[in-house]
Write a new protein. Structure first.
Length: 245
């Protein structure tokens, strides 16, 4: 997921920076480049795919070259390129290299790390002994996907609830009746890409060591349906519930 995410972000960056330069929005282009560079630094802190990393560094130097040609030419030589940077081709955007699910998984992990830090701050804890992340039950992913589809047709809470109750999600009707108004009022709370329980769980397990390193404590990843902890019931797609001890 991390590798696919970085490749996808690289191609999104190529597209954004190219478009912004063509529109003479140069300060915005530099901002996009800096954002991707910061993501690459974080990627480098973990286990990296050398090809992915090297390609990202090359792309950053090429995209930065219109702003600092002499410095970039030196950097180009430092990474072992024989041909002059000024003679190299501009990076090409390839839409097929963007994996939206990989990006969604990586963004979910990144947001979860930020949320853990926020919980520590709110509880006035300098550190934690253990952090447990609860991944939402399967029906919540089905609900979120169904809700996204219905919202394309109507924003009427009553109509939405009626359509959802006509599905297998009727079993969770009491909980869903409380959720629908909240998401209708603020659709930004709905993930742009709804993953599955399995994919979110796998992404968090993959990031477990990095999260433990970040907070210097034990981290457990638990599925809501396998836990009796009350906090687990608060988990939602792209928003694991967090228990800090």
């Amino acid at each position: 997921n991390r590798d696919k995410h970085m490749v996808g972000k690289m191609h999104r960056t190529i597209k954004k920076v190219t478009d912004l330069i063509e529109e003479f929005k140069l300060s915005l282009a530099i901002g996009v480049l800096m954002d991707y560079t910061n993501k690459l630094y974080k990627y480098r802190d973990g286990q990296i795919n050398k090809e992915v990393y090297d390609n990202a560094v090359k792309a950053i130097i090429q995209l930065l070259s219109p702003f600092a040609p002499h410095v970039c030419e030196e950097m180009w030589e430092m990474i072992g390129e024989k041909e002059m940077l000024s003679k190299s081709s501009w990076p090409e955007f390839d839409k097929t290299m963007i994996d939206e699910e990989a990006e969604a998984a990586e963004e979910m992990v990144s947001q979860t790390i930020s949320d853990i830090a926020s919980v520590l701050k709110l509880t006035n804890k300098e550190s934690a002994k253990k952090v447990t992340l609860f991944v939402a039950d399967t029906w919540k992913y089905n609900f979120m996907s169904t809700l996204k589809t219905i919202l394309e047709e109507t924003r009427n809470p009553g109509e939405i609830l009626g359509k959802i109750m006509a599905t297998d999600l009727k079993k969770q009707g009491q909980q869903i009746s409380k959720m629908v108004p909240k998401y209708v009022k603020d659709p930004s709370k709905i993930p742009a890409t709804v993953l599955t329980l399995e994919k979110e769980y796998a992404a968090l397990v993959e990031a477990k060591e990095a999260i433990e390193s970040e907070f210097k404590c034990e981290v457990n990843i638990v599925k809501e349906l396998e836990s009796k902890e009350a906090k687990a019931r608060q988990s939602m797609p792209s928003k694991p519930a967090i228990l800090v001890e």
